[in-house]
Design a protein around this ligand. Sequence first.
Ligand code: NAP
Length: 298
Amino acid sequence: MARKHILHMITPLKHMSPFDVNMALDAGFDAVVPYVGVGLDEVTGLVQDAIFSRPPDAGVDTGVFIAGKDVSLALDMFDAAKKAMVPPFQISVFADPAGSFTTAAAMVAKVEKALEKKFERGLKDTDIAIFGATGVVGFCTAVIAAKEGAKVTIVGHDGLERVGKVAAEMKSRFGVTVQPADGSTEAKKTALAEAAEVILTAAKAGVQVISKAQLAKAGKLLIAADVNAVPPAGVEGLGVHANGEPIDGGKALGIGPLAIGNVKYKVESGLFKKMIEAEKTVTFDFQDAFSLARELAK
Ligand SMILES: NC(=O)c1ccc[n+]([C@@H]2O[C@H](COP(=O)([O-])OP(=O)(O)OC[C@H]3O[C@@H](n4cnc5c(N)ncnc54)[C@H](OP(=O)(O)O)[C@@H]3O)[C@@H](O)[C@H]2O)c1
């Protein structure tokens, strides 16, 4: 009898995301088991409980998924899970807290593709303003873009203090330099839009961040991309299906949440399938998500 593919899904939150449960089962896992309210100090015990219950050659058919809503905590859990292995007893690990790794990967890959196709340039040295960067998706988007050499500004909606701490965390954890900026007033957001070649909005669902008036003043803007699918759009006038067309007849091109979501879906599903099909155990974080998103983005 073929061995079952089992996925242990752990989160520090009260609930495991139904989105991720559905994605894992649809990708082909036979059983997914949620563990909620998990502390970082409990990861080693859970992983070691899983690795010793099956013979070493079944490790490849067993996986751990790390969820939550905090990039640094998810990566700490990811590291703890990897360190908990006792070769040859080891299993696969995939982290994607609140879908942020796969969503950020999809957004940056779509923007990169559009820059290449429409403007014959890449992310390197491109001025990118990211709104909503204190959230998981914005945080991860900023790290991926900065690692690719973009000049990233992370914009807070309530002053400089929190976004300044986020920039410091990105520097210490990932070695990337990003500029924190205050976007708490319309005038400040207008000035940031004027300086940006790319605007990425990853704010809370249903929150408009950039208005048509601000877009009209964004003279250097090449591309605006938005991940919020709940009306109103994060960028006024940017359609949910936009896939590189000019926004409202203007010069800048738009990439909407469903165009990004289409790649995000394929990346998350694709990484689950790679876990299932792997012949040796695998570990996937946001860099693996970005590599796959680059292959998939059109
Ligand atoms: N298209 C896709 O495939 C896809 C997939 C996953 C998620 N999403 C979307 O991606 C977005 C970001 O997700 P997330 O999990 O990171 O969301 P989140 O935790 O709600 O945070 C988003 C960001 O929005 C900020 N924010 C809250 N209220 C705001 C306001 N009034 N004005 C401006 N900014 C505000 C938050 O700041 P605080 O730090 O103050 O809370 C945070 O920086 C959401 O819209 C979500 O629906 C899309």
